[in-house]
Design a protein around this ligand. Structure first.
Ligand SMILES: *[C@@H]1O[C@H](CO)[C@@H](O)[C@H](O)[C@H]1NC(C)=O
Ligand SMILES: *[C@@H]1O[C@H](CO)[C@@H](O)[C@H](O)[C@H]1NC(C)=O
Ligand SMILES: *[C@@H]1O[C@H](CO)[C@@H](O)[C@H](O)[C@H]1NC(C)=O
Ligand SMILES: *[C@@H]1O[C@H](CO)[C@@H](O)[C@H](O)[C@H]1NC(C)=O
Length: 457
């Protein structure tokens, strides 16, 4: 019997309750997230750092925080949390750090007092230094990083604290298709090669700030938002890209490869999407911001990697923690936050912990908590076919619905969609939004399994 015949059309009360509880995060399901936030402070209405630190540690699955400064009060606020903290040294201090004595002094004054209690794991030297196009700054970058590392070695902290520096995609001279990615001429050998040599030698990551928001048009919005789209093929490699972020990261990878550095880890130091913007800002709205960040978190946590970097994971820092009302520029700049200043979410992307998990008293789920995701009975075949293709491209094992598979028969779009939609829902943490599928999915408490075709719960 096709699974779909037993799908309830109305949502029973038990499911409605579960629906609310299902802010159960994707990441509680996958463990050790590698999901971070950028904690910017350009607002006059933001909560005190101590409150922010407790909130992040207790109420979210975020496990790392990137600061744009080395503010002592903020570093203290994160003591006794296990959140990993990245601190940033401002661009204008970089020339001073080419003096080794100053670098040693800087570590002593800004890191050593906090290191016993606060989990500082990276020192970021400036932000987007190469794009600043200030020649003396650029020339000072690697020597400054080297000196900070030497100072850390002096304090036996080089294994715990890594030195890096985030770059904008502006360091690329070419990025489309991803296989032709290369660094700007001149900077490639003068800066990027010594930088990558340093990062490799010290086991530090290369950090980039990719923003599909700034690279998308109305026509490529679905591609930028990780929504269902027809994909973009790189003719040089034959690889298909289903989202813009992968394409941007692979352009970086290609540029690193040209210089011989495919082994250096990559970290997404900033990426995000605004929930509001000026009229001319394409896609600056609540639904787009939620979809981008939700899908980003899921993609990062999946471990799928990118077409050129299969199975690689990237620590990913969402920009930004709060809407920051003092940021200059278009309206979008003040609306990149996941949270309002009163710490309520701007939208739900599944990073809040459940009450149970927070109190660490996770009880076994009641037997009626078993739930499955299946198509709505009235979902049309074309639309379900699209969902099947989409899910199978997300790293879900679709062999059971292929000829010979346990769930191949009945060979119908609804039967196959039911199987893959449920796999997707179960794999990504059983959030209500994991069973939305453009409003074609519904959560059911009835086990759709039949014969050897077993639906996970
Ligand atoms: C500090 O953060 C790192 C990276 O997430 C983690 O592996 C480590 O366990 C943390 N250390 C402490 C003491 O919490
Ligand atoms: C950095 O160097 C500049 C120029 O030499 C100097 O004016 C400034 O005081 C130095 N900053 C620190 C913190 O020492
Ligand atoms: C290097 O830094 C030390 C410590 O801050 C300072 O005393 C010294 O004057 C600096 N040297 C130069 C050439 O700026
Ligand atoms: C990626 O992981 C999958 C599943 O574990 C494996 O089959 C595949 O060979 C891996 N690919 C690479 C390039 O490591």
């Amino acid at each position: 019997m096709p699974a779909i015949g037993r799908t309830p059309t109305a949502m029973p009360a038990a499911i409605r309750t579960l629906w609310i509880l299902s802010t159960v995060s994707i990441l509680e399901a996958v463990g050790g997230s590698g999901i971070g936030v950028n904690y910017g402070k350009l607002g006059n209405n933001l909560p005190p750092p101590a409150q922010v630190a407790q909130f992040l540690a207790r109420n979210t699955v975020i496990d790392r925080v990137k600061l744009f400064d080395t503010d002592p009060a903020t570093l203290q606020a994160f003591d006794n949390t296990d959140l990993a903290i990245d601190v940033t040294i401002s661009n204008d201090l970089i020339p001073n750090l080419t003096n080794l004595s100053f670098a040693k002094y800087w570590i002593q004054a800004n890191i050593l007092p906090y290191i016993a209690a606060t989990n500082i794991t990276r020192i970021l030297v400036g932000n987007e230094v190469v794009s600043a196009a200030d020649k003396s700054l650029i020339a000072s970058l690697v020597p400054a990083m080297q000196n900070l590392h030497t100072a850390l070695v002096g304090a036996s902290l080089q294994h715990k604290i890594k030195v890096s520096s985030p770059h904008s995609l502006g360091i690329l001279a070419a990025s489309a298709p991803p296989s032709v990615g290369r660094f700007q001429d001149g900077y490639d050998t003068a800066v990027m090669k010594p930088l990558l040599t340093f990062l490799r030698a010290t086991g530090s990551p290369f950090m980039v700030n990719p923003y599909p928001f700034f690279g998308s048009t109305r026509d490529t919005l679905d591609y930028a938002l990780f929504r269902l789209n027809s994909g973009v093929v790189d003719d040089n490699t034959g690889l298909t890209y289903t989202n813009m972020l992968d394409a941007q990261l692979d352009a970086i990878f290609s540029a690193m490869k040209l210089l011989g550095f495919t082994d250096v880890e990559i970290v997404v130091a900033e990426t995000g999407w605004p929930s509001m913007g000026d009229a001319w800002e394409v896609g600056a709205d609540m639904d787009s911001a939620r979809d981008y960040n939700k899908n980003l978190v899921r993609h990062a946590a999946s471990g799928i990697g990118t077409p050129l970097m299969p199975n690689r994971t990237f620590d990913t820092y969402i920009f930004s923690l709060f809407n920051e009302n003092l940021k200059p520029g278009p309206t979008s700049e003040r609306n990149f936050g996941l949270f309002y200043p009163n710490m309520t979410p701007v939208y739900d992307i599944g990073i809040l912990r459940t009450e149970q998990a927070r109190d660490q008293q996770v009880k076994p789920m009641a037997s009626d908590a078993k739930r499955w995701c299946v198509p709505k009975p009235d979902a049309d075949v074309m639309s379900l076919q699209e969902k099947i293709e989409y899910v199978c491209a997300q790293g879900i094992d679709c062999n059971p619905i292929r000829p010979g598979g346990a769930c191949y028969r009945p060979d119908t779009a609804q039967g196959h969609a039911a199987y893959v939609m449920n796999e997707y829902y179960q794999s990504f943490g059983r959030n209500s939004f994991d069973c939305d599928f453009g409003q074609t999915g519904v959560i059911s408490t009835i086990d759709p399994s039949y014969g050897n075709c077993i639906y996970r719960s």
